[in-house]
Design a protein around this ligand. Structure first.
Ligand code: ZN
Ligand code: ZN
Length: 152
């Protein structure tokens, strides 16, 4: 398997997964985003439970639009001595969105991937990003609005 999924349990059957953003059943085009905050920040609210957000095809359109503007980087180094979030901070020199240096600051590591890559041997999109604290906050607000009915 090409993906070393950090959340080994979860919902099990892919067919029962619903979109974390709008609540609709996840179609075959659904994608996932895993969040790895450094110790000094927390994962976005939709991912509070297990650090993963499931995104259905409809919501993927909006999320893709945003993520396309980010500069991805290599997979973070994994080691016992540091958290995965700290690994993202190590591999990323700059914020994937605003290019600000993230050295020493709170970082939200984001792994964005295709469900085929997660559940099978698929070779879908699989990208890693690191957001600085400010951009992570903006991203959280963005997630809050995706799939909503324009409330607030
Ligand atoms: Zn959705
Ligand atoms: Zn930033």
């Amino acid at each position: 398997m090409s993906v070393d999924s950090p959340t080994s349990e979860g919902d099990g059957s892919p067919g029962r997964v619903t979109c974390s953003l709008c609540g609709h059943r996840l179609g075959s085009a659904g994608r996932f985003a895993s969040f790895y905050p450094t110790d000094d920040r927390s994962a976005p609210a939709p991912a509070a439970e297990d650090g993963v957000v499931a995104v259905c095809a409809d919501c993927t359109v909006e999320v893709d639009e945003l993520v396309d503007a980010w500069a991805g980087h290599d997979a973070p180094p994994v080691a016992d001595e540091w958290s995965i979030g700290a690994g993202y901070r190590r591999v990323a020199e700059d914020c994937s969105f605003c290019d600000r240096a993230v050295d020493g600051d709170a970082v939200l590591g984001v792994e964005y991937f295709d469900r085929e890559a997660a559940y099978g041997g698929g070779d879908g999109p699989h990208a890693n990003f690191s957001l600085c604290d400010g951009c992570a906050t903006v991203f959280e607000e963005f997630l809050d609005n995706v799939g909503g009915d324009g409330g607030v």
